[in-house]
Every structure is written in structure tokens, then in C-alpha cells.
Design a binder for this molecule. Structure first.
Ligand code: GLA
Length: 386
């Protein structure tokens, strides 16, 4: 993390009563493949990044949380017993996590906190999951004797999104943030929650994000609609095959069988999800064989599906994907929920510089701004720093 413990500490001291607390951190994430599969019971392939959120926290022996956002220079005070909570989203995440931990029976007490982050906001790198995981992990440590297991901590973050932010997200982001391990991607089966670490060191390649700088912040309603489409298709399939619970249980033949009973739009959405299910299996095999050409090919296919079938792309992301193709990049696709944010690119070392330069120049010419290149370094998950 570029964030420095000393910076957080000095702001905490300055902002509160001069004493110090404990410092916690949680990362954002990347996802190699498996997009919009988590809430469909499928597989995902995320890894934690070095960028994240860091917070200093100290119990204050009241029922109040006093929170200072260092980045936004914004301060709020809310009561743990309030039903509504603050309206600014950066504070709602903290409020939601407190309330969800309380629902689990953790005796949460008031605290002072100052926090900051270096995950770009709205870039599809899960800055919100990093914030949620930081506080879920810290509250468990400070007030819950660490009795809540890591999966439940991830689910607290997810429930916060559902109940306090109105985003019906899956489990991938919070899982990756809590469970991240340096140098490894994690393949998670979002139905059984079984997972496996995959050491990821593609010799001769780099993994690089290109942030389109189109913020996806207003995308939550479109995200929820995509999820609804998937559920519509499952409801129809269930009439024919009672054991279908999610699109994970469906194949292309089944989809074609119900085509006349669902909307054209829902058909396209489900087609993408079923295709993505197979792509993740193929990438798992390719990774085990070290076949990065095969991995890259699937990434391009995912981009196509996300853009043309799931329709969560935008002109800027499609453009960056085309630039990657024309530069001979091995694999490139939209990462995360879509509607802005980053592309993730698997590029061979010898093409790296030219790719970044070409992308910057041509994007600037077309959209009047430069994409930001972020080299991916896979880091650790939620932790206490001091
Ligand atoms: C967002 C959500 C995740 C996941 C991705 C798409 O990041 O928070 O749960 O659905 O989009 O794969």
C-alpha cells in the first residue's frame, strides 16, 4: 500500500483527543475471469491488490461512532442505535458494517476512526469492499474477540451493500478483500464457498489495469437489473427442471428450450452468464498448464460477452479493448461490474511499453483524457497493522 501508517496516525491524533488506537487495512481486488458469475452461483478468480483502505480505530466508551474521512475531509458522528444512519455513502458503509455486526450479536461499542484509501473510487477495484472489510475485521478484533469467522466477515460487507446501499452484489469483492493472499489468485466456488489459492506468477507477462476514468458510481440500478434478468430466467427454468437454483445449473440447450418463454433481453443476459461459466473452467485448466494464450483468448471472449450480451460496457472500455487487440495483447477485458472502471490486460513483457503508450495516446485523442495504467501486484487480505 502506498498509504503510510504514519500519515493515518498523525491525522487520527490531530482529529481526536491526541491518543492513538489500532490500525487495520483491507485491500481492493482484481478479477482475472468470472464476471457477474458470483450471484449466479458460479466461479470467480479474484486476487487482492496492494491498494486498499487503512483505518485507525479507538473505542471511545460511548454509543457514538465519530468518523473522519481523510481523503474527503469529511466528518460524521452517528449513534450505533440509530436506525437510519448517515446519508453520505462513505460513512454508510461503516454504519452498515456496525449494524450487521450487531445483528450477529457482536457487542459493538462506539469508536473514533480516521481512514483513507488508495484504491481509485468507481474504478471497479472494489474500494467499497475494502472499506467494509476493514471495519468488519476491526470490529471483530476490537469488540468480538475475533469470534466471527472470515466468511461471515465477508458476508457482513455484502449484507451492508444489500441493506444499506441498495446494491444486490455477490460475494466476490468482500471475499477477495478478506481472504487475499500475496502472490495468489483465488478460485472461489460462489455456491459451495470452497476456494483454492492459485499462485500467479506468469513469467514473461504482466497484468495491468487501464483505468478508463469513467466512474461507474451510478451503475447500481443497472447492476440490480442484470441480476433480476438472471433470476427471471431461473424462475422459468425451474418450472421445467426443479433442481435449477441458479444459472450455474443451466446449459445452452436448456436456455434454448425456454427461449420462447423469456424476453430477448433476459435470453442474452443468461447466454453471457452460461458462457462465462464454461470460460472460467477452461481458464482454470489453462492456468494449471501455464497456457497464457488460452487464458488471454478467454478474456477477450468475456469482454465480447460483457459488451454485446450482458451490455455492461461503454464506448471507452470497448475502445481500450480494441487498442489491446491491435497491440497484440494476450488478453483484455472489462473488469468488475462494468459501466466504467478498468480493463484488465494480460500482456507479454515485450509488448507492455508500446501497449501503454499507444493506449494513452489514442485514448487521449479520442476522449480527451488519459487512461491510468496500474500494474497489478497481488497482495494480502484484511489485517491488523498495529
Ligand atoms: C461487482 C459486484 C460483485 C460482482 C462483480 C461482477 O464488483 O460487487 O459481486 O458481481 O461486480 O463480477
Amino acid at each position: 500500500m502506498k498509504l503510510k501508517i504514519d500519515d493515518i496516525r498523525s491525522r487520527f491524533i490531530e482529529h481526536f483527543d491526541g491518543t492513538t488506537g489500532s490500525i487495520y487495512a483491507s485491500p481492493g481486488r482484481v478479477n482475472l475471469i468470472g464476471e457477474h458469475t458470483d450471484y449466479n452461483g458460479g466461479f470467480v478468480f479474484p486476487g487482492a491488490v496492494q491498494q486498499g483502505i487503512m483505518a485507525e480505530i479507538k473505542p471511545n466508551e460511548t454509543r457514538k461512532v465519530r468518523a473522519y474521512s481523510i481523503d474527503l475531509k469529511d466528518y460524521v458522528e452517528f449513534s450505533l442505535d440509530d436506525e437510519k444512519g448517515p446519508s453520505a455513502s462513505h460513512f454508510r458503509y461503516i454504519f452498515g458494517v456496525c449494524r450487521e455486526m450487531m445483528k450477529l450479536g457482536v457487542p459493538v461499542q462506539g469508536f473514533n476512526t480516521a481512514f483513507a484509501g488508495d484504491v481509485p473510487l468507481g474504478a471497479g477495484m472494489s474500494s467499497s469492499a475494502a472499506l467494509e472489510s476493514t471495519f468488519a475485521f476491526a470490529i471483530n478484533d476490537l469488540f468480538g474477540e475475533n469470534k466471527v469467522d472470515k466468511f461471515t466477515l465477508a458476508k457482513v460487507g455484502q449484507a451492508t451493500e444489500h441493506h444499506f446501499l441498495g446494491v444486490n452484489c455477490g460475494i466476490m469483492d468482500q471475499f477477495a478483500s478478506v481472504f487475499g493472499r500475496k502472490g495468489s489468485l483465488i478460485r472461489l466456488d460462489c455456491r459451495s464457498l470452497q476456494y483454492k489459492y492459485f499462485p500467479f506468477d506468469p513469467v514473461g507477462y504482466k497484468l495491468v489495469l487501464l483505468n478508463s476514468c469513467v466512474k461507474h458510481e451510478l451503475a447500481s440500478s443497472a447492476y440490480n437489473q442484470r441480476r433480476k434478468s438472471c433470476e427471471n430466467v431461473v424462475a422459468v427454468m425451474k418450472k421445467h427442471w426443479t433442481d435449477v437454483d441458479t444459472l450455474r445449473d443451466a446449459d445452452f440447450d436448456m436456455l434454448h428450450n425456454v427461449k420462447s418463454e423469456i424476453s430477448e433481453e433476459d435470453f442474452m443476459r443468461a447466454k453471457y452468464v452460461i458462457g462465462e461459466k464454461y470460460r472460467v473452467y477452461e481458464v482454470s485448466v489453462a492456468l494449471e498448464e501455464g497456457d497464457y494464450d488460452a487464458v488471454g483468448k478467454k478474456m477477450f471472449e468475456t469482454h465480447y460477452g460483457l459488451s454485446k450480451e450482458y451490455e455492461v460496457s461503454c464506448p471507452e472500455l470497448d475502445f481500450l479493448n480494441e487498442v489491446a487487440k491491435s497491440c497484440g495483447v494476450t488478453g483484455s477485458r472489462i473488469m468488475g461490474g462494468g459501466f466504467g472502471g478498468c480493463t484488465i490486460n494480460l500482456v507479454s513483457d515485450d509488448l507492455y511499453e508500446n501497449f501503454i503508450e499507444t493506449a494513452k495516446k489514442s485514448y487521449q485523442e479520442k476522449f480527451g483524457k488519459e487512461p491510468i495504467a496500474i500494474d497489478v501486484v497481488i497482495g494480502d487480505g484484511s489485517r491488523k497493522l498495529m
